[in-house]
Write a new protein. Structure first.
Length: 251
């Protein structure tokens, strides 16, 4: 048996219909290497281990759950990385897909960690707190469109797949959940530099209630700031708009 640890934000998915939907979405993609983040008691893991011909690994910080999983599945003896996902090195030398019911208390950090590995991770399918999932998938004009949206979508197409009710978990969380799919873009955004894009997006959304002219006055010349686009606010610009603006920045 095992215990549930609130300190680790453990809410284990138990709904077999939801689990099957996640696995079906995963199988739409071709992959050889698969990393599961936060397997917990292994509800999803059991399905993943039945996929033939893949190289599977999991990362789990909870030693009790690691011991439980290894006892339950002999095949996992050398397949579990017993660390926080945020602290591990890249787990495969070749491209790999990431899947998981991600801990809600570090879900945004997880997405930024995945961005560090974007050249090696073509697909991510993950369960997040609905608020975070919606932010990752939202587009211009949405109230939740922001830094996370614009940075993730610079490299991935993000699809919001479906909601997951709190009663699908043990114990039920106090929030709704959502499953999203990240598919790496075939054609990257055309920006001056990655650094310029990140600086521009973060600066623009840091003062999202101001017009871009006021929020970005340190990034552009006075002449550039006369352009009508700077009358807008950050949430109305698409990622392509941001990318185009990087070429006009002072540095």
């Amino acid at each position: 048996m095992y215990t549930l640890k609130k300190s680790l934000g453990q809410h284990f998915l138990k709904d077999q219909i939801v689990l099957q939907k996640i696995v079906e979405e995963l199988k739409k993609n071709s992959f050889e290497n698969l990393l599961e983040v936060g397997p917990g008691a292994g509800a999803l893991t059991e399905h993943l281990l039945n996929i033939p011909g893949i190289n599977f690994k999991a990362v789990e910080i909870d030693e009790e759950k690691v011991h439980y999983l290894k006892n339950k599945h002999a095949v996992l003896q050398d397949k579990i990385i017993s660390k926080s996902f945020l602290e591990i090195d890249i787990p495969f030398n070749e491209p790999f897909t990431i899947i998981g019911n991600f801990p809600y208390n570090i879900s945004t950090q997880i997405l930024f960690k995945i961005l560090e590995w974007k050249d090696s991770v073509p697909v991510v399918i993950g369960m997040f707190q609905k608020e975070v999932a919606k932010r990752a998938a939202s587009g211009p004009g949405s109230k939740v469109y922001g830094v996370l949206s614009a940075l993730i979508q610079a490299y991935y197409d993000v699809e919001y797949l479906f909601d997951v009710d709190a009663q699908s978990f043990n114990p039920p969380p106090k929030v709704m959940s959502g499953v999203i799919k990240l598919t790496r873009k075939k054609e990257p955004l055309d920006f001056k530099s990655e650094r310029a894009y990140w600086v521009l997006v973060k600066t623009a959304f840091n003062q999202r209630r101001k017009t871009l002219r006021n929020a970005l006055k340190g990034q552009f010349s006075a002449e550039e700031l006369k352009d009508d686009i700077f009358n807008k606010r950050a949430e109305s610009l698409s990622i392509n708009d941001f990318a185009a603006l990087t070429f006009r920045m002072l540095s």
